[in-house]
Write a protein that binds this ligand. Sequence first.
Ligand code: PLP
Length: 417
Amino acid sequence: MDHEHVREVDPAVADALKGEVERQRSSLQMIASENHVSEAVIDAQGSALTNKYAEGYPGSRYYGGCEYADEVEELAIERATELFGADHVNVQPHSGTQANQAVYFAMLEPGDKILSLDLTHGGHLSHGHPANFVGQFYDVEQYEVDAETGYIDYDGLEAQAAEFEPDIIVSGYSAYPREIEWGRIQDVADDVDALHLADIAHITGLVAAGVHSSPVGIADFVTGSTHKTIRSGRGGIVMCEEAYADDIDSAVFPGGQGGPLMHNVAGKAVGFKEALQPEFEDYAEQTVANAKALGDQLAEHGFSLVSEGTDNHLVLVDLRESHPDTSGGDAEEALEDAGIVLNGNTVPGETRSAFDPSGIRAGTPALTTRGFDEDDCRTVADLIARVIDDPDDEDVLESVRAEVDELCAANPLYEDA
Ligand SMILES: Cc1ncc(COP(=O)(O)O)c(C=O)c1O
């Protein structure tokens, strides 16, 4: 990836782009919401479709010259439909947040009630945090995970829903390592006559591959991010049954967005095609096996895992017992110095703050893309333990960095680029 055209015009940006590729190549990307898309997806996203205005939907646009935009969007829709088995798919949301916004805008009035998981228990800003528009436009109450087990407190959710009588219940999370019982949440929604939005942002690829159960056909609406575990073009997606299709389409455009990012829609189409290949299922299975190996090995080192393990692509580590003097932020910083990039994260029952939380979240989607297996992930767990045991020891950081270099060299990234 020389970005030679950029270099001719703007060497400063070209240097930053080159630096970013080099950063991704030479360090371990363990932010659970990130991945390395293929060069084909990058190519599609860097295409001339960025120039095209295509407000509207295939066959019904507000501008001329949309024949190729239509073709690309139809392919993206067709492939997403095949991957998820949804009746209706909208591939235009610019992001996962805007996919959620479309559902709220289509189905709720300002002041309506949303019941969603607390951010510090693994929820997402766009599910109702006061700093997000959702928390300001709607009446939000939040449910929690069980303090003992770290699993969603489904009984608590049921009782809270009966009391609060929400208009919509949101499931699907940002930092929840366990399988989600969609049917159980749907039962709660049915009992109180609420809609159910299942946000599969993080696990979109796992659901597409059949490695995590699917809420499609259970929840009224399913939203997702398209650049996380599913490794396609950056953005969001909304799925629903045919009866809601027009409402959702109007809520995406013109409700919340202008012209679609057609280059990203092309990236989604290409990534979805890749996800339809049999190798993608192997990838998704390996991602989960790697997260389990990572978690088990961290537990061997005495770390406490929220819910004591994982069923998906991430582990959430609560540092309070094993390393009471090290915050998630301290750990994040020291690990980054050693070439391991992840994020400090709040944990259920958080006693610090969102800015200096008590845990770390680590994911395996990107490592798995570059070829890491369970043994590699156990080695990564050993390295994480060495850093967090001695976050201020420069010699430790340097020796871990050398081992990270070896792992990166053994699992090259964007080789031909
Ligand atoms: C559960 C959940 N929903 C929505 C989003 C938002 O996605 P985006 O960053 O594309 O807006 C995220 C992001 O990580 C997420 O974890």
